[in-house]
Design a protein around this ligand. Structure first.
Ligand code: GLN
Length: 521
């Protein structure tokens, strides 16, 4: 693959604004050193320069709403000029994964089956960020219905990793993470069912957080696997993620799994972590997450990160969680089982696409023609696996057994958290792989979530923070920090301390200078 060095516009970063943290942008906007409209414009220009064309640019966005964004930015500027209290992130742009419902933009889940559908309501997280004055720029690409680890399962073509456009940006939320990594948006929202915020965060060199299950409302998140799905922040710093976490989190009567417990003090923890050391914090290194299948460059970066945690005063020990070996097979029975039920709602009657509605076909034929045309191969595979796992003859041997494995994984976490405050591991076994490399090998694709899935099955908090580059290929590596349920603040504290201790040591720019890939001539 060659690079088109002649291409103008998609070269050096044209505005400093697109490389700043959300917290710094908010500070400047609130001090009226720059307006939210100017900040929003700079990001729209950056998107214009690097996101397209779809065949060769970053392709983080499926839908842009420049007019809506500039209107929201203008409203934020007026609120600030009025001098009243504004939320800490008022005026800051944000990108939304396209499985979150929005009344003013389409919601496609990167699937043909939702073509033309306009949701009648905003997701709770969207309502909250609008109320807090954030500025939605558009909707980001994902693997269809969030099923995948690379965004290659999008019906609209893959997103690309801004650090190497020939490689995947992770998935399913590769659009959100690549937008943040590329300077197209300082913040984004993702959803994490098996790793879809943390794994893209790791491979794009950004921060990705899966909050404790039930602490961020799933109302308006198109359901994939309801007992695992969780919305969370994507950002370029730990503090930015915490600030966004506080905007979206907290009890919501519209989500029955929403918990009443107060949101852990994540912003305070991120600030304390950045200022302080980790004296007395007990850090457990999960011994199962290394060995065969892990890149040596990933393990080296991880080992170095653990050394830094030790230097910060943490007590580092090894812990074994033997049942984590069952996490991947358990997940790939439970998630498809729930998906097979959740995706039954796409029946050609209620949403989007309808094929064969010509008076010649009965309703059940219209349904199957629509599902045949509207769902991609991976979605069909999951529906079939899930339907089989739930069928009378297989239920106990497959779905039932997976639920038992899930219990064992929960117990491993409980035991580990008796002696450790947090657990750490690499976020992913490898760095970003090449686009196309694993598309014909579902098992290889599933392995990308080996380290992230246990926290979805157990429901605890987990995040990924950048921990340098792999010496093998120069690509970003992620450090995963896992904390007990409702102790998200611990993960933020450790990640912020690590980030502060290593600030400035990473070679190279914070966001890449991008040149679109040369398209075939
Ligand atoms: N990659 C995993 C899957 O394909 C996780 C996806 C997610 O977290 N949404 O199911």
């Amino acid at each position: 693959m060659s690079w088109d060095t002649q291409r103008s516009g998609a070269g050096p970063v044209d505005s400093e604004l697109v490389s700043l943290d959300a917290a710094e942008l908010a500070r400047r906007i609130h001090a009226r050193e720059v307006s939210s409209v100017e900040v929003t414009r700079a990001h729209l220009e950056r998107i214009e320069a690097v996101d397209g064309p779809a065949e060769s640019g970053v392709h983080a966005f499926l839908h842009l709403d420049a007019d809506g964004a500039l209107a929201a930015a203008g409203a934020a500027d007026r609120a600030i000029a009025d001098g009243g209290p504004v939320s800490p992130l008022a005026g800051v742009p944000i990108a939304l994964k396209d499985n979150l419902t929005t009344t003013d933009m389409p919601t496609t889940c990167a699937s043909r089956i939702l073509e033309g559908w306009r949701p009648p309501y905003d997701a709770t997280v969207v309502t909250r960020l609008r109320a807090a004055g954030l500025v939605p720029l558009g909707k980001t690409n994902l693997d269809e219905f969030a099923m995948g680890s690379s965004t290659e399962n999008s019906a609209f073509g893959p997103s690309r990793n801004p650090w190497d456009l020939t490689r995947i940006p992770g998935g399913s939320g590769g659009g959100s993470s690549s937008a943040v990594a590329a300077g197209e948006s300082p913040l984004a929202l993702g959803s994490d069912t098996g790793g879809s915020i943390r794994q893209p965060g790791a491979v794009t060199g950004t921060v990705g957080v899966k909050p404790t299950y039930g602490t961020v409302s799933r109302y308006g998140l198109v359901a994939f696997s309801s007992s695992l799905d969780q919305i969370g922040p994507c950002a370029r710093s730990v503090l930015d993620a915490a600030l966004l976490h506080e905007v979206i989190g907290g009890k919501d009567a519209n989500d029955q799994t929403s918990v009443s417990a107060p949101l852990p003090p994540v912003v305070e923890a991120a600030q304390a972590g950045a200022r302080g050391d980790l004296a007395g914090v007990r850090v457990g290194v999960v011994s199962e997450f290394s060995g065969e299948g892990y890149h040596s460059g990933v393990l080296a970066a991880f080992t170095d990160a653990v050394r830094v945690l030790g230097e910060l005063g943490a007590d580092v020990v090894e812990v074994s969680c033997p049942s984590f070996a069952y996490a991947l097979p358990a997940y790939y029975l439970i998630a498809p089982s729930e998906a097979s039920s959740n995706l039954a709602r796409f029946d050609a009657m209620r949403y989007g696409l309808r094929v064969g509605d010509d008076g010649e076909h009965a309703a059940d034929e219209v349904m199957s023609l629509t599902r045949e045309a509207g769902f991609g191969a991976e979605v069909k595979r999951r529906i079939m696996i899930g339907t089989h796992a739930l069928s009378a003859g297989s239920y106990d041997a497959l779905y039932g057994k997976a639920q038992k494995a899930r219990t064992l994984i929960v117990r491993d976490f409980t035991a580990a958290f008796e002696t450790c405050d947090v657990l750490v591991s690499p976020t992913t076994p490898t760095t970003a792989f090449a686009i196309g490399e694993r598309s014909d090998d579902p098992l290889a694709m599933y392995l990308a979530d080996l380290c992230t899935i246990p926290s979805n099955l157990a429901g605890n908090a987990a995040l990924s923070v950048p921990c340098g580059r792999s010496a093998d290929d120069g690509l970003p590596v992620g450090l995963q920090v896992m904390a007990p349920a409702l102790a998200d603040d611990r993960a933020y504290r450790v990640a912020a301390a690590y980030e502060a201790a290593t600030a400035g040591s990473a070679a190279g720019p914070r966001i890449p200078e991008l040149r679109a890939l040369e398209t075939s001539r």
